[in-house]
Ligand binder design. Structure first.
Ligand code: NAD
Length: 254
């Protein structure tokens, strides 16, 4: 089935992890996919693997000029921009609030919040021109509930949740939908790095321990999120905007 046939989709942070799975599933469902990332080796390898209507751009989402240039280049190459998956994100340093430096705080906001702002800002004119658009913002369970770790990350994901609702209201008259996705723990390079950074010496044991926090008993996998993104990108969700799609194995149900 081709659920997003000929839709032009941009996936930020598409080189590895959740973004990588989004690229594969969107392409499989017929989309033309642009990968934006800073990991050139992984991004270019994925674009080659997908082949056909898939290409890689080196873009730091915190750099507005680079974002604008790349989005305009995608529109020139593929003819339009219909879907933006704001997935690029960083966990940042895992320190308590009183130990964080301003620079550590600012870098997380620059990528996770300003990156979403810049990509949205420069994709919107193309979506308005197409009279069609779907923006999918990766928030987190950490944008819904607290946990005693990564304070700048929580702040950033809470911001993304409400940016999604505000933009949903602003752009509804243009038929541009904006939704947030809230993953529980998904096994990706980010989570493995976060667990090591938090002092885990036995990674597999830490994965099991954190997995057990989810009522379904384990961590999710990148495809669990990619299928939610395909749904929100496609017309199957044409009446869905301003919503928060929680994909967390029941983590926030308690
Ligand atoms: P990851 O670290 O495994 O992959 C992130 C990708 O983003 C990498 O390819 C990286 O190179 C890229 N990236 C980082 N900074 C960038 C920048 N400035 N510009 C462009 N690309 C950049 O992360 P992931 O676990 O796949 O997470 C993807 C998204 O999902 C993030 O927004 C994350 O906060 C969110 N999320 C992840 C989880 C999880 O458990 N993995 C849970 C909730 C939310």
């Amino acid at each position: 089935m081709k659920r997003v046939e000929n839709r032009v989709c941009i996936v930020t942070g598409g080189a590895v992890g959740i973004g990588h799975a989004c690229v594969l599933r969107l392409a499989q469902e017929g989309a033309k996919v642009a990968i934006f990332d800073v990991d050139d080796a992984a991004g270019e390898a994925l674009a080659r693997e997908v082949g056909g209507h898939c290409a890689y751009w080196h873009v730091d989402v915190a750099d507005e000029a680079a974002v604008k240039a790349a989005i305009d280049a995608v529109a020139a190459r593929f003819g339009a921009v219909h879907v933006l998956v704001n997935n690029a994100g960083i966990a940042g340093t895992n320190k308590p609030t009183h130990e964080l430096s301003e620079a550590e705080w600012d870098r997380v906001q620059a990528v996770n919040v300003k990156g979403v702002f810049f990509c949205t800002k420069h994709a919107i004119p193309h979506m308005k021109a197409a009279r069609l658009g779907s923006i999918v913002n990766l928030s987190s369970i950490y944008g819904l509930v607290g946990a005693p770790d990564v304070p700048p990350y929580h702040a950033s994901k809470g911001a993304v949740r409400l940016m999604s609702k505000t933009d949903a209201l602003i752009y509804a008259p243009d038929r541009i939908r904006v939704n947030s996705v809230h993953p529980g723990y998904i096994r990706t390079p980010m989570v493995e790095h976060h667990l090591r950074d938090s002092g885990a010496t036995d990674l597999e044991a830490a994965i099991r321990e954190v997995g057990a926090l989810h009522p379904l008993g384990h961590m999710g996998e990148p495809d669990d999120i990619a299928w939610a993104v395909v749904y929100l990108a496609s017309d199957e969700s044409k009446f869905v905007t301003g919503s928060e799609l929680v994909v967390d194995g029941g983590y926030t149900a308690r």
